[in-house]
Design a binder for this molecule. Structure first.
Ligand code: HPA
Length: 269
């Protein structure tokens, strides 16, 4: 396992004055949030040992350091997914690097399908818990006893409250629910979505859960938000595709960017 120390050392050498408190991973459709970062230092993942090549369309693959609303942030613009190489710990070094840089909180964003009629495409959902339906863990192979991570309140209730407050300030409807992680890269079958619904899921996606596990392993507080890009398989007549998913991302992406901005303006300095 690649340690985060070389990456952190490179980041410190390029941005010595930066002391990020909040790490942010931008998922599909959320990349433009990086434009809100003031006094940017941008470092390509290619210059950071242990960081992934950003594979999927729309992912920049760079670290953006700076501030938003007076809070120092380290923004990971682009993530790698388990389905790319069958590697569940592909985001381990980036998450550990955030910890190493001094971050205390990790905000995760993604694009997801909705399993509940209330949360239509174009809306935003705060994740309150997850179901790991893949059966894999980014901590396979870890030997420290801290690998037995407590996942109760993994989605930090206080951070959740701060996002609820930000949503009411910004007059944005914020849905809430449980996220279920499927491997992908194929979308789910209607039968799988029916099963997921019975298991208690409200949103479905192919990311985020491994990063939540890693963040808790490293002692970071977590909040996660989804932009709802589509109704899950079998729930609407619209055919699922990556393009369709991205077309619906815009409205939700704007709302989520506003939420992140408001949250960071109020974040304890
Ligand atoms: N399923 C899985 N991942 C997704 C979906 C979906 O319906 N929409 C966006 N990401």
């Amino acid at each position: 396992m690649m340690s985060a120390k070389p990456a952190a050392a490179i980041i410190r050498s390029k941005a010595a004055e930066r002391q990020p408190k909040v790490g942010i991973i931008l998922g599909s459709g959320l990349g433009p949030f990086a434009d809100q970062v003031e006094n940017q230092t941008v470092i390509s993942y290619n210059d950071l040992p242990g960081f992934p090549d950003a594979g999927v369309e729309g992912h920049a693959g760079q670290l953006v350091l700076g501030s938003v609303g007076g809070t120092e942030v380290a923004v990971l613009q682009g993530r790698a997914h388990y389905y790319e190489k069958g590697q569940a710990d592909v985001m381990r070094t980036p998450v550990e690097t955030l910890k190493e840089l001094g971050c205390e909180t990790l905000l995760l964003t993604n694009a997801a399908g909705s399993l509940v009629p209330e949360a239509q495409p174009g809306s935003v959902m705060l994740l309150t818990d997850h179901i790991n339906f893949t059966g894999v863990s980014p901590l396979f192979g870890e030997t420290e006893s801290s690998r037995f991570v407590d996942m109760v309140d993994a989605y930090d209730p206080t951070l959740g409250d701060q996002f609820r407050k930000a949503a009411s300030e910004k007059d944005i409807t914020l849905h809430e629910g449980v996220y279920i992680w499927f491997c992908g890269p194929s979308f789910e079958t209607p039968a799988e979505i029916k099963a997921a619904k019975n298991l208690g899921a409200d949103a479905v996606g192919m990311s985020t859960v491994p990063e939540v596990i890693l963040a808790r392993f490293y002692g970071l507080k977590v909040a996660a938000l989804s932009i709802i890009t589509n109704m899950a398989a079998g729930m609407s007549d619209v055919a699922l595709s990556h393009d369709q998913t991205m077309e619906n991302a815009n409205q939700a992406s704007n709302d989520l960017q506003a939420l992140l901005g408001e949250f960071l303006s109020n974040y304890e300095k």
